[in-house]
Design a protein around this ligand. Structure first.
Ligand code: 5AD
Ligand code: FES
Length: 366
């Protein structure tokens, strides 16, 4: 075994490495010379995923209910300064109809995602959450609405929301400042994540792979953060430039590095819910199934109405823009089967590896 392979073995066993070791692993996994290491990490990660979840892949239907956003992140296609995009908001009825379609296709988690749009204040948003939970009591509701106040997060939790996705984007403060205008702060983002966890949400964070100015050290810091925060979910995908943003000419993240990071994250958080994202499916026609083969266990098809789909373009060439939900469900199922996995009808809550083990040992006779 090479030194880097030994590190991967130790990562699986101890679920932690030092920052410098993470950095060394990331560097060793790059380029053609890193191919064997990436394959070794993927094989271990797929096994660890199987030990925790079997070959079951959970489905989350995403409803992109508003593309109005007060933020101006330099990478994002729906940033405030982008004048080229027609803005929209969905009503509660629209959202319910999307969920109904998803429910009929076996989806048992709905992700309500939108820009930071003040129109959806706490009263309006809580009403939407209550309606979705009322109609579909056997489903989980995940919110992805960006940064809000503690009180707001609490009210939405009380209205029935189960989970919250808020990508940290980068664990490095200086890198964060290169991706966002001065009005946004890394500290506030991290504070939001801690508040969400304190309230009782299942919390997801995550980052883009290959975002502009990202170094191997930055990615190592991301892994350290994931190791210490132990999120319930972790959304990662390649950065993909959008034509109407300041990062239009920046190179996209690579398939290889994104897959490798998925594997490392699976090894350091065996029971994390890890999506093979749409961005991954965008940079490679088989990106999502490759993501699952590298240790992911979640896919997130789009349930947004066809008429607004093109207006929620965070990056160029996003896939499935013209596909009906039923097509995506069937397509995803076939794709997952090519890598020995299958889509299931399930809320897909996190299965806590540690507590399950504890339970088992507790009930075993001495
Ligand atoms: N490329 C890839 N991912 C992006 N996101 C936003 N813009 C891009 C882009 N150009 C991701 C961010 C955000 C999530 C909703 O989408 O990480 O948190
Ligand atoms: Fe949308 Fe394949 S997942 S068509």
């Amino acid at each position: 075994m090479t030194g880097a392979e030994q590190l991967i073995e130790r990562l699986e066993r101890e679920r932690r490495l030092s920052l410098s070791e993470y950095e060394a692993l990331i560097l060793a996994g790059r380029g053609e010379t890193g191919a064997d290491l990436r394959a070794a990490a993927a094989a271990r990660a797929a096994r660890v995923r199987d030990e925790n979840y079997g070959n079951r892949v959970f489905v989350r239907g995403i409803v992109e209910f508003t593309n109005i956003c007060q933020n101006d992140c330099y990478y994002c296609g729906i940033r405030r300064s982008n004048q080229e995009v027609a803005r929209y908001r969905l009503t509660g009825d629209d959202i319910l109809r999307c969920c109904e379609a998803g429910y009929g296709l076996g989806m048992r988690t709905f992700v309500l995602q939108g820009g930071e749009d003040g129109w959806y204040d706490d009263d309006r948003m809580a009403a939407i959450v209550r309606r979705v939970k009322g109609e579909f009591p056997d489903c989980a509701v995940t919110l992805s609405l960006g940064e809000r106040s503690r009180d707001s997060y609490q009210r939405l939790f009380d209205a029935g929301a189960d989970r919250y996705l808020l990508r940290h984007e980068t664990a490095d403060r200086a890198h964060y400042r290169k991706l966002h205008p001065a009005s946004m702060s890394w500290e506030h983002r991290m504070a939001c994540l801690c508040v969400l966890r304190g309230i009782g949400y299942a919390v997801g964070l995550g980052m883009m792979v290959g975002s502009p100015f990202q170094t191997a050290r930055d990615l190592a810091e991301d892994l350290k953060l994931i190791e210490t925060f132990q999120p319930d979910m972790c959304g990662i995908g390649p950065f993909i430039p959008h034509r109407d943003t300041p990062f239009r000419d920046q190179p996209a993240g690579t398939l290889e590095e994104t897959l490798y990071l998925l594997s490392l994250i699976r090894l350091l958080c065996p029971d994390v819910l890890l999506p093979a994202t749409t961005a991954l499916g965008t940079i490679d026609p088989r990106g999502r199934e490759k993501g699952v083969a590298a240790g992911a266990n979640v896919v997130m098809p789009n349930l947004s109405p066809g008429r607004v789909r093109h207006q929620y373009e965070l990056y160029d060439n996003k896939i499935c823009m013209d596909d009906e939900p039923v097509m995506c469900r069937n397509c995803l199922d076939l794709r997952m089967r090519t890598v020995g996995c299958r889509i299931v009808v399930d809320r897909g809550d996190r299965r806590r590896a540690d507590s399950a083990e504890r339970k088992q040992t507790e009930t075993e006779p001495e």
